[in-house]
Design a protein around this ligand. Structure first.
Ligand code: RTP
Ligand code: MG
Length: 157
C-alpha cells in the first residue's frame, strides 16, 4: 500500500448577512459534501471598523461604503476551510462575483442560486493563500493556525 500525502491548504469562507437566514444550512452541507474540513468557525456581527479592515483592498472603490454597511448589517458566519487546493475549489463553488454572470457560467454555483445582485452575493472566499493567511490571522488570530496542515510545512520543535 502506498500513501500519497497531498499538501492541504486553508482558505477563508464567509457566509454573508444576506444568506444567513435562508441558506446557511445548505451552504454548510455542500461545504461538508465537497470534503472540506471546517477547522475554525465563528458567527458574529462585524463592526464597521472590522468590515472596513476586512475589505481594505477595496477602500477606493465606489461600492466600498455600501459593501461595509452590508457586511455589518447582521451576523456573518466565518469559516476556515482546509483541503487540498482549498482556495481554488471554494472560489469555484462560489461562482463569479456577479450572480448574472454566475448564472451563465456556473449555474450550480452558490452565487448563481442564492445571490440577489453583485453586492449581496451570499459568500466570500479568499483569492489566494496569502490573502487567506492574512484574513485568518485578522479574524481568528495566528495561534495554532497551521496545526491542521500536513505535507507542505516543516515544523521544527
Ligand atoms: P469576495 O471578496 O467577497 O469573495 O468577492 P469577490 O472576490 O468575488 O469580489 P471582489 O472584487 O473582491 O469584491 C468584494 C465584494 O464587494 C462587493 N462588490 N460590489 N457593486 C459592485 O459593483 C460590487 N462589486 C463588488 C461584492 O459583495 C463583492 O463580493
Ligand atoms: Mg475578493
Amino acid at each position: 500500500e502506498i500513501n500519497f500525502f497531498f499538501p492541504k491548504q486553508r482558505t477563508m469562507a464567509v457566509i454573508k448577512p444576506d444568506a444567513m437566514e435562508e441558506h446557511k444550512g445548505v451552504i454548510l452541507e455542500e461545504i461538508h459534501g465537497r470534503g472540506f474540513s471546517v477547522t475554525q468557525l465563528k458567527e458574529m456581527v462585524l463592526s464597521r471598523e472590522m468590515a472596513e479592515e476586512f475589505y481594505k483592498e477595496h477602500r477606493e472603490k465606489p461600492f466600498f461604503n455600501q459593501l461595509v454597511e452590508f457586511m455589518c448589517r447582521g451576523p456573518c458566519m466565518i469559516l476556515v476551510l482546509t483541503k487540498e487546493n482549498a482556495v481554488e475549489e471554494w472560489r469555484a463553488m462560489m461562482g463569479p462575483t456577479d450572480p448574472e454572470k454566475a448564472k451563465e457560467k456556473s449555474p450550480k454555483s452558490l452565487r448563481a442560486r442564492f445571490a440577489a445582485d453583485i453586492l449581496h452575493n451570499t459568500v466570500h472566499g479568499s483569492s489566494s493563500e496569502q490573502h487567506a493567511d492574512e484574513k485568518i490571522g485578522f479574524i481568528f488570530g495566528d495561534i495554532g493556525g497551521d496545526a491542521e496542515l500536513s505535507g507542505d510545512k516543516t515544523i521544527s520543535a
